[in-house]
Design a protein around this ligand. Structure first.
Ligand SMILES: Nc1nc2c(ncn2[C@@H]2O[C@H](COP(=O)(O)OP(=O)(O)OP(=O)(O)O)[C@@H](O)[C@H]2O)c(=O)[nH]1
Ligand SMILES: [Mg+2]
Length: 491
């Protein structure tokens, strides 16, 4: 049955392949941001089209040997005026990025030259590529699996060494190898059960149930381990969410600006200045943080402000780290009240709380220390796990210490070279589906449910794993479209 499935997939795959047998072109670099731009072309007609537009110093692109680079010019019109000098790299199928015949044309980085060249190539028969279509073709031609194709976007967008390392591991097939190992475990089980199903008329039980259970437990532990890496993996890729919350005028926007080193959010002494949330990322010591400035939490009759406060509370509940900002220049009683009301919203099992006593510049060191001691006593009595720091968002005092404490709190995010992290929501969801199918399978096995139902649960878990790798394209257009539309043109 599983064989039929893969047979069907390959039929669908071929159909999809045939849809994309024309020649595509697109700029592969952003024009105007460097010295050189590259225009990429891929497909069966690319050499002929290149020859219609380019004049090489020696020979033609069609005659050029594979994996060679040639100097030439772009002929801009029939009179032969020269648009630019170019270098043309020639790749032959199947050993190219897309697996097809391809050329890469390096021009000077002028947006005028790039768009004129693309237009000429299109006039000669190429089609402008859809977003991610080069990588999509690489996948369809078996150059990489889906997880690897998705990693291309992650490698390009990685901003920290940790994110880069995970994306490279996925691109180079580390994640896929782990999934393939998992797939083999599941296939071994599936084949034992399928055998039993084939002989079901004869009421034979081939599969050793205790062996099946132990294989099942190993596979489920494997799936769950991968799924549980998503929280960390996602934080490495998208940034650790850090919500800056507190009363109006506590200095939240001033703190965001000070951390970023730019005037990103409006600061004023009018309470209720920030209405919506403002998010910005910042890399500190190799860890990507996503700071979220929020509206001051207070009772308000203003409809818009109320929405802002609700958003602030949502961001607080979703954050990995909560920076509760307080104005030090507040009477002790209301200071403690604010700490209590913010801390009671924190889930200490999954979130980390930092209490920041802001505006320390407004009072002497002894008054600051006195307040810090009062707060320390208060939080230890209330058993709130938290860091307390006195800072001045305005002068920058204490911010270095804050950054160090943030990095210390998230040092687990610097992965070992060999660790595999799931960073993609699609993969995470597929793993959760696989896990629950395996749990269902276990229940069925222990309750002596008919073998065909057990086999169906197992097949479901296999389908989920295959979905990640793209080896089981039940609905290829839907899956492929949703993945590759997130790529940019030329990728
Ligand atoms: N002296 C002093 N003033 C500060 C400090 N931080 C912020 N302020 C001032 O406090 C006022 C409010 O600052 P904001 O950053 O707008 O405060 P907020 O918490 O974002 O306020 P809302 O957006 O209204 O919730 C401004 O006048 C800031 O200049 C600080 O460390 N020291
Ligand atoms: Mg503000």
């Amino acid at each position: 049955m599983i064989d039929c499935q893969s047979e069907r997939s390959s039929v669908i795959l071929n159909e999809v392949k045939n849809l994309y047998s024309d020649t595509i072109v697109a700029p592969a670099t952003t024009p105007g941001t460097g010295a050189i731009s590259i225009v990429r072309m891929s497909g069966p007609e690319c050499f002929r089209i290149a020859d219609a537009v380019l004049k090489l110093q020696r020979g033609t692109v069609s005659e050029a040997e594979a994996y060679t680079i040639h100097y030439g010019v772009i002929l801009s019109d029939s009179e032969g005026s020269v648009l630019d000098d170019v270098l043309v790299s020639v790749f032959h199928a199947p050993h190219s990025y897309t697996g097809e015949d391809s050329v890469e044309i390096s021009t000077h980085a002028s947006s005028y030259i790039v768009s004129a060249l693309v237009r000429l190539l299109m006039e000669a028969g190429a089609r402008f590529a859809e977003p991610g279509e080069f990588t999509r073709r690489a996948f369809l031609n078996g150059k990489m699996d889906l997880a690897q194709a998705e990693a291309v976007a992650d490698v390009i967008s990685s901003t920290t060494s940790a994110a880069h390392r995970i994306a490279m591991n996925q691109l180079r097939g580390g994640f896929s190898a782990e999934l393939s190992a998992l797939r083999s475990e599941l296939l071994e089980m599936a084949s034992l059960l399928e055998l039993e199903l084939d002989f079901s008329e004869e009421d034979v039980e081939f599969a050793d149930r205790s062996k099946l259970l132990s294989l099942l437990d190993t596979a489920k532990a494997h799936v769950d381990k991968l799924a549980s890496s998503f929280k960390l993996g996602n934080m490495i890729k998208s940034g650790v969410p850090v919500a800056i919350v507190g009363a109006a005028n506590a200095g939240k926007s001033t703190l965001l600006n000070a951390l970023l080193g730019e005037e990103r959010a409006i600061v004023s002494d009018i309470a209720g200045t920030t209405r919506d949330t403002i998010e910005e990322t910042l890399v500190i010591d190799g860890i990507l943080f996503r700071f979220i400035d929020t509206a001051g939490i207070r009772e308000s009759s203003d409809t818009i402000e109320k929405i802002g406060v609700d958003r602030a509370l949502t961001k607080l509940s979703q954050a990995e780290i909560v920076l509760a900002l307080l104005d030090l220049d507040t009477p002790e009683e209301s200071l403690l009240e604010s700490v209590h009301s913010l801390a009671s919203r924190v889930n200490f099992d999954s979130q980390k709380l930092f209490i920041l006593l802001n505006k320390a510049d407004k009072m002497g060191i002894s008054a600051v220390n006195k307040n810090v001691t009062i707060l320390n006593n208060f939080v230890s009595r209330a058993e709130y796990k938290c860091n307390i720091l006195a800072i001045s968002a305005k002068t920058g005092k204490g911010l270095e210490e804050l950054e160090k404490a943030l990095v210390e709190a998230e040092k687990d995010l610097i992965p070992n070279a060999d660790s595999t992290f799931v960073t993609n929501t699609r993969h995470y969801e597929a793993l959760l589906k696989a896990s629950s199918a395996l749990a269902q399978c276990r229940t069925s096995l222990t309750r002596n449910i008919p073998t065909d139902l057990v086999a169906e649960d197992l097949r479901q878990s296999l389908r989920s794993i295959n979905e990640i790798l793209g080896t089981d394209l039940l609905d290829p257009e839907t899956i492929l479209h949703s993945i590759f539309r997130n790529h940019c043109i030329g990728k």
